[in-house]
Design a protein around this ligand. Structure first.
Ligand code: AMP
Length: 434
């Protein structure tokens, strides 16, 4: 199948050869010149995706064996990847065949490349029409998916536009009307553009629902419904989700045709590489405990989760009053503020990022040494996702959960769900007994 796929793409008599020529030929030329270059080392830290790729090496060969075009292989080599991760190894060949997919994989597994690479392959030849749409729950994830398309498609000459709320509407209109190959969007803003007829999905071939569970959690089901209604049924649909509650299954039944389920089993349980602890602490002393732990100085970069936006702001104020650099990341911040906060945290300029659920998934913040659940997550699944933020870029990480008396029952539920007890750590002067 992949052979046919390539024949069609590179054939001189291909109906798409005119448009394909620029992209594929340019790509082939540049790929040829660097063919023997060693892959560029990406970071000093070993990412989870890399570790998974190495772990899955025994299952098969490298990217070349997945039947990818030189253009794409070249970009993958530039990214420093040598081996596909398990989700990529499973998803890429199936997606290239045109199958609908249900990918059970959380962020960190390499799932974004798992869907963007086969889409780029498909788009290598063909007219400049909007042929792929990726729906994501948050703007941050939108940006990350957009970056992936640019990274893996850098020799493919594709036009990608991100469409999300809070930033330059007119720029998005101009890009959409100018014609793009790939649209990456949050559902709310996209509806707006659809209503104003700034974009048409007449030629859409692939639809991706990324982090479907999160989109449903955020109440996007009606928007998704309205968007999908504009796309003809003979599309390919790829759905990715970290969890598979009945609502996501229902979504898959509605929008996917005979999907193949691909799953990264090893990541579904918490803490393969993460050390986690529960700190019993009275509610009103959580801020002090946090400052106290941070002052001990063992934590380099710390992502703190609070239940509410106000809570996040309060924690930031408390830390700052204690002389600790901290930033908040939540939905009340403007897009520019959120981007700046994330950039400072990523650059290591801010040591502590205090976030609400919005930052829980989809953010590629590598190098986090600690995650702190300032409030116990309301859902056991959320616990798994949150602590997935650490132990991801570095091979190990610590995850601490502050538990006040009201939260004991929720911690027990989490322990039952993940099938293990989380060890307790009492800090003298802060625990329930004092
Ligand atoms: P994702 O799960 O898509 O958010 O990807 C997590 C991280 O893994 C991203 O920083 C990717 O750049 C990286 N990554 C994706 N695929 C690979 C691979 N095959 N080898 C090494 N790193 C990868």
């Amino acid at each position: 199948m992949t052979t046919d796929h390539h024949k069609k793409k590179t054939g001189a008599d291909s109906p798409r050869a005119t448009r394909g020529k620029g992209r594929a030929a340019k790509a082939a030329a540049s790929a040829a010149t660097v063919k023997h270059q060693p892959p560029v080392a990406q970071t000093d830290a070993v990412s989870l995706a890399q570790a998974e790729a190495v772990a899955s090496a025994a299952d098969g060969g490298g990217f070349a064996e997945l039947g990818l075009h030189a253009t794409v292989l070249h970009a993958i080599a530039d990214a420093g990847y040598t081996l596909p991760t398990p989700i990529q190894r499973q998803a890429i060949p199936l997606a290239l065949k045109g199958r609908d997919l249900m990918g059970l994989a959380q962020t960190g597994t390499g799932k974004t490349a798992g869907f963007s690479i086969p889409i780029i392959e498909r788009l290598l030849d063909g007219p400049r029409r909007t042929r792929a749409l990726i729906l994501t729950p948050t703007r941050e994830l939108c940006q990350q998916v957009d970056e992936s398309f640019r990274k893996y498609g850098k020799y493919a000459g594709l036009d990608v536009v991100s469409v999300y709320g809070g930033v330059g509407y007119e720029t998005q209109v101009a890009a959409l009307r100018g014609g793009v190959d790939v649209v990456v969007a949050t559902p709310g803003r996209l509806i707006d553009h659809l209503e104003k007829q700034n974009v048409s999905f007449e030629d859409l071939e692939v639809l991706v629902l990324d982090e479907a569970d999160r989109m449903l959690d955020m109440g996007f089901a009606p928007q998704i419904q309205r968007i999908v209604a504009q796309i003809h049924p003979y599309r390919q649909t790829l759905l990715f989700s970290a969890t598979m509650p009945p609502e996501v299954e229902a979504l898959a039944r509605k929008y996917l045709r005979k999907p193949v389920v691909v799953q990264v089993g090893r990541r579904s349980s918490a803490a393969t590489t993460v050390q986690h602890y529960v700190y019993p602490v009275p509610k009103q002393r959580k801020a002090e405990l946090l400052a106290d732990l941070l002052k001990q100085g063992e934590m380099d970069s710390v992502l703190v989760f609070t239940r509410t936006k106000q809570g996040a702001d309060r924690v930031v104020r408390h830390l700052e009053s204690e002389g600790i650099d901290a930033d908040a990341l939540h939905a009340d911040k403007s897009q520019a503020q959120r981007e700046a906060a994330l950039a400072r945290f990523k650059a290591g300029q801010t040591r502590v990022l205090v976030a609400t659920d919005i930052a829980q998934r989809g953010l590629d913040i590598s190098g986090i040494s600690h995650v702190i659940n300032y409030d116990v997550p309301q859902q056991a699944d959320d616990y798994v996702h949150r602590i997935g933020r650490t132990g991801r870029a570095a091979q190990t990480g610590d995850a601490y959960t502050f538990m006040c008396a009201d939260e004991i029952a929720m911690v027990k539920t989490i322990e039952r769900t993940i099938g293990q007890d989380i060890p307790r750590r009492s800090v003298v002067g802060f625990d329930f007994g004092t």
